[in-house]
Design a binder for this molecule. Sequence first.
Ligand code: RIB
Ligand code: CA
Length: 321
Amino acid sequence: MTRKLLIDTDTASDDAVALIMALREPEVDVVAITVVSGNVPVDLGVRNALYTVELCGAATPVFRGSEAPLLRPIYHSWAFHGRDGLGNMNYPAPASEPAPGDAVDALIDAVRANPGITLVTLGPLTNVALALQRAPEIAQRVERCVVMGGVACTVGNITPAAEFNIWCDPDAARAVFHSGMPVEMVGWELSRFAAALDPDDIARIRALGTPLADFALDCNRITLEAHERLTGARALDLPDPVAMAVALEPEICTRRRSHYVDVETESDLTRGMVVIDALDSGDQADDWPEGGPLISRTTKIGVCWRIDAAAFKRRLVSALS
Ligand code: RIB
Ligand code: CA
């Protein structure tokens, strides 16, 4: 049976590879791509999404969404993706235009028309939060909402406390995480270490000799340099493709638990931190004598703690072959 997907993205280089994975998946129908400001300005994100759709020979509609976070100033991660979001490769302009209408309306319409759809979010959650504000009932019509975002009790990439997508629009993230939407959080840490493409992986992908393989590596050349500068590891982390792999093949997440979570929206120091009740003390709260652990019983979401890195890489190579 064909699975329906809607992808919300701030289309830069790793997003583009995630789009390719979905667009090239035989059993998946990507009903729409909605673009949000994040890595790059929304119009550049639209351009990069259209270019990627054309590269895959697809005709998926791309909708222009939020130009800025709900409350925070606009911030773009140029240093991680380049001034064009695609490794400064200066690819030609796409031939196609964005679909008419607003991305938030398109997201609501897509969920209403496809109950049981899977949402995959690859950027800040501004569009999704606005959609939930306008149509709260969509939270119950989505089967899965796989979110590339946050880090599960470990160091972040935009600050020590936070991962970029959640940090960029923490108010939107908090609203989405507390909406009752069936969120599955796939944190940045899962794209590091064993899941990051090492020089051998990169050589293997380059040896595929396909336009998609060359595109995936070329447009992520700045990301590779940035990841090495940030972490010291000579490897390419691809967080959006990891989240997309989990969306397409849930078994790739080998350890998933539901926990109470909350998102820091007050502090500058820990803005965008996803605070996870990893010990599930919230479940034990009634069992403790006075003075037990303090945890706010908010809403539980699914957190992916571990992935099968080899399976992720197999899926990635297959999509680029
Ligand atoms: O922190 C990684 C996330 O931020 C990825 O989605 C990447 O594309 C950037 O948006
Ligand atoms: Ca992204």
